[in-house]
Design a protein around this ligand. Sequence first.
Ligand code: FES
Length: 576
Amino acid sequence: MTTNSGLRSRQWFGATGRAGMGHRSWMRSQGFTPEVFDGRPVIGIATTWSELAPCNVHLHRVAESVKRGVWQAGGFPLEFPAMALGETLLRPTAMLYRNLLAMEAEELMRANPLDGVVLLSGCDKTTPGLLMAAASVDLPAVMVTGGPMLSGKYQGTDVGSGTAVWRFEEDLVAGRMTQEECAFAEGCMARSNGHCMTMGTASTMASMAEALGMQLPYSATWPAVDARRYETAQRAGQVIVGLVQQDLRPSAVMTRAAFENAIRVNAAIGGSTNAVIHLLAIAGRLGVPLTLDDFDVLARDVPTLVNLQPSGKYLMEDFCYAGGLPAVIRELDEAGLLHSGALTVTGAGIGANVAGAPCWNREVIQTVADPFQPAGTGTAVLRGNLAPDGAVIKQSASSPHLLKHRGRALVFDSPTDYYAVSNDPELDVDEDTVLVIRYCGPRGYPGMPEVSNVALPKKLLLRGVRDMVRICDGRMSGTAYGTVVLHVAPEAAAGGPLALVRTGDWITLDVPGRRLTLEVADDELARRRAGWQPPAPPASRGWTRLYTERVLQADAGADLDFLVGASGHEVPRDSH
Ligand code: FES
């Protein structure tokens, strides 16, 4: 037990007189004995538990394990709720609220008598939201993600959450599946606690948290229902008390080297394109210089090692049993592709954490020498007159024959406009057409939803076409696949050139050359721009107004401009 009078919680619980009495007395209404105020570290457990966020619904049990560890190590644990963001339910998109969670959690951590925090997350936006908050407050912090669901099982085969939904929808439209079969499959796909068990955004961000050094080894991959997840959570409770005693903070862990590690791990696991936006936002909170181009440059020499859906075949449960993320990190480290000494919350470098981490199944986790996909097939960053500030494409989820493509644009100002005609047999579209879906960016939709991979037109699906080039200023679910150019910046609603495309224009996609070109002369584009009107703001009040007025573009992480950077954890003034 520490008696470190330098702990910030002593400003509350160590105070004399009326203020200290108030701080302690009301806490004792919960039945705590007075010893909890003896100067031990007070550990906040930020939980994004909610029945409206089904991927996080078990986090209150994970919190109990964390508390055990904190008590064991001589700390005083206090659980508190942070905004739960359920990817599947929140409209218009959970991404609209990532920054609100980050802002709420940041203020709660700073305003309360906490010496350190454990961050409990799971569903896509909760992991980056809490990391952004912890970065801005810079109190010692450990993350514990909730873990993936068990593999889905349908008609004797494994089905991945998210990834299977896109396929089921296509099969339904094409008549390969009935409505009854789809309804039955719903119950087979999500059959345990946990987040999506493909290498979607939740699994990716959990892996990013581990690669950044912010969660314990193996924490990203234990299934949500595995006893070892709870063991890891208890260990995290012990670890955070030690981090407070050492004053080891997120700014010492999430360094430029850690971000470079995370980007390379993301390439090795075939991770979600959403990691690009979230890592940029987290880095922005820490003042770590990180750009969109870093993702392309750093990933180019990293092969994809993990054969997981949506790019591959297996699921997170298989990944765990094959050795989990430490086996991948060790492969990269031994190939000289990591900053081995980057500090982690274990107090050791990331390389030391995974030294000797075994691989038990080479079909699931392959080697750098014999990878699942060769180096250079990860997320590519495109530029050109259609995306002056950049766009991304996940090569491993794309069709190789479409990575160099020229086609005529078919333009829609919203996914709704597209879906209104997508089943029309007379729609003027073929497999060479480039579908442009716009006004889906941070300001435009608002919130930059995962709508970019619109389903193919029915007439093409009936002909057996399974992919075509799509271009959008929105995002794509990490569980999704297809040749989809994403995150086009600036977005159409901000006056980006995407707003100027017209149906019939020629567009060239050249992923090997990293170019995205609208084949329209500059003077014609200038004429079109002169006639362009920005869309009306989507809200006149509340959070959506604040968000759309202050959100940055995708290439800057889509944080709010006034949230970039850190405020630290000093609060000198008392409340009464
Ligand atoms: Fe929550 Fe996929 S919907 S992780």
